[in-house]
Design a protein around this ligand. Structure first.
Ligand SMILES: Nc1ncnc2c1ncn2[C@@H]1O[C@H](COP(=O)(O)OP(=O)(O)OP(=O)(O)O)[C@@H](O)[C@H]1O
Length: 255
């Protein structure tokens, strides 16, 4: 379980400056898929940076499986929006995927086996010798997902990971992610701007209001084995979409 209690983050030396995250409290159960929705600048990335231990929080408490997070946890992996900056262009796909395993102390043979399995899971088994710049954007993001999977995390943090790809590729990546989430039994915390994406993927959606604070929460009771056409045509999908839209203070979309 990931537990976040009264998390607060103020950038800079003045503790009285406006916080990017203020009094944020939520939990994510093991193997749960939770999406975070929030307007631009409401503090989503700051929250993820604190949860990952990459930056210190000003106050509050974060723990993963009962251990306080004070630096990047061994069993946590990340996938970011900008695949072009997260992959190393001078390394082949295989080396990109295997790279973090060296720092985890995994021996070479095991690293190779983990890399093969992860590339296979994302449908890139035959592309390991290519360089990232020889692949499409969607394939590069699959490499980033493979790298995270090879690391065998118990929890995956994702920051708008599919925002930079076209709609068709995005649907494919969403389904790929749901497949590996089920297969590997990982916990996923997924930040997105896209209401439909959040409802399609999640067990639960949290809406953050600035400064990053849970303003609304919905449980998604749509059946699993989700399908891009059937699930999105389900009346409950439309209802949840409307509820989240209102929670984001969007109001109706003009035609
Ligand atoms: N390194 C930093 N130093 C100072 N202020 C920062 C820093 N990073 C973010 N902020 C501020 O913190 C607030 C939250 O930013 P953050 O990037 O976390 O929001 P976000 O919800 O992820 O936005 P977006 O959806 O546009 O990516 C903003 O006011 C931003 O200007």
């Amino acid at each position: 379980m990931l537990e976040v209690a009264n998390l607060r983050k103020v950038y800079g030396p003045d503790p009285h400056a406006a916080p990017a995250v203020a009094d944020l409290t939520f939990t994510v159960a093991d193997r749960e898929f939770v999406c975070i929705l929030g307007s631009s600048g409401c503090g989503k990335t700051t929250m993820l940076r604190c949860l990952s231990g990459l930056i210190p929080s000003t106050s509050g408490h974060i723990s993963l499986r009962g251990k306080p997070v004070t630096g990047p946890p061994d069993d946590m992996a990340f996938v970011f929006q900008d695949y072009s900056r997260s992959l190393l262009p001078w390394m082949t796909v295989r080396r990109n995927v295997a790279f973090p395993l060296r720092y985890k102390g995994v021996d070479r043979r095991e690293a190779e086996a983990l890399t093969d399995e992860a590339l296979d899971a994302v449908g890139l088994a035959g592309r390991g010798d290519r360089y990232p710049w020889q692949l499409s954007g969607g394939m590069q993001q699959r490499v980033a997902i493979a790298r995270a999977l090879a690391y065998r995390p118990s929890i995956l943090l994702m920051d708008e990971p599919f925002a930079s790809v076209d709609a068709q590729t995005r649907s494919g990546l969403e389904d790929l992610l749901l497949g590996v989430w089920e297969r590997y039994g990982i916990t996923v915390l997924f930040v997105t701007h896209d209401i439909d994406e959040a409802v399609y993927l999640a067990d639960r959606v949290l809406v953050l209001r600035p400064p990053a604070n849970v303003g609304h929460e919905v449980t998604v009771n749509l059946p699993r084995g989700r399908d891009q056409v059937e699930t999105k045509a389900h009346p409950e999908f439309g209802r949840l979409r409307g509820e989240l839209f209102a929670a984001l203070d969007g109001g109706p979309v003009a035609a």
